[in-house]
Design a protein around this ligand. Structure first.
Ligand code: SF4
Length: 215
């Protein structure tokens, strides 16, 4: 009979195996091939992910398995490499292309009122790389609700992405950590403590003491 510990080990190993199989692998040593998803988010985070990554939590593994599993079930998904210059390429994925429209899916907990800027930049870059005029982001929740946002491609956003790709590639080559990009995503970022001074908890401090009413 399996003990509690053995069963937990088996579950953990199985989850790690599925995660490794599902997780889209980036060649972390190749500074000349940059993935769009690395530069639509904080460059510092992407730099840490390549150079000194933290292990993902089980929650993050499950989330990756669910969203990548859904993507793999779509038959029209495609990958394309775009040469920015002779020694720098940008790699992008389209979850599906239907009637010349690029479609990307995002699995989230709560449907948004407006699209996340990083998803918008990602979609716009994919439209340029696949040479398509229109694109749609579909946000889906685990209980089957969805909302869609449609866009036409924008040149300025694409130029900004190419600039970020060049900066990121140079910093990787020179092994220089990118500057902080403070935003709301820092709160849930695994590298929060590397970027900001670890906060101390002053359990015996009250507002009255801070304002000098009480000793
Ligand atoms: S904590 Fe913020 S600035 Fe630091 S890596 Fe994460 S997202 Fe970037």
């Amino acid at each position: 009979m399996l003990g509690d510990r053995n069963l937990k080990d088996i579950i953990q190993k199985t989850m790690d195996h599925i995660y490794r199989d599902f997780y889209f692998q980036i060649d972390k040593t190749n500074n000349r091939i940059i993935h769009v998803k690395e530069i639509v988010t904080c460059l510092r985070k992407s730099y840490y992910d390549r150079k000194s990554p933290l292990l993902p939590t089980n929650m993050q593994k499950v989330s990756t398995i669910i969203s990548d599993g859904m993507r793999r079930s779509i038959k029209n998904s495609a990958i394309e490499e775009y040469n920015i210059d002779s020694d720098l390429s940008l790699v992008s994925y389209a979850d599906t292309i239907v009637d010349d429209i690029v479609i990307k899916f995002e699995i989230i907990d709560k449907l948004p009122k407006t699209p996340n800027p990083k998803d918008l930049l990602n979609l716009n870059t994919t439209m340029w790389i696949f040479d398509k005029m229109e694109g749609i982001i579909v946000y889906m929740t685990n209980d089957g609700r969805s909302v869609e946002f449609a866009f036409t491609k924008d040149k300025h956003m694409f130029e900004e992405i190419m600039r970020r790709a060049r900066v990121f590639s140079t910093l990787l080559k020179e092994e220089k950590t990118p500057i902080l990009e403070p935003s709301e995503t820092c709160i849930t970022c695994p590298y929060y403590e590397r970027c900001y001074i670890q906060q101390k908890k002053y359990s015996n401090l009250t507002l009255e003491r801070l304002l000098g009413f009480k000793k």
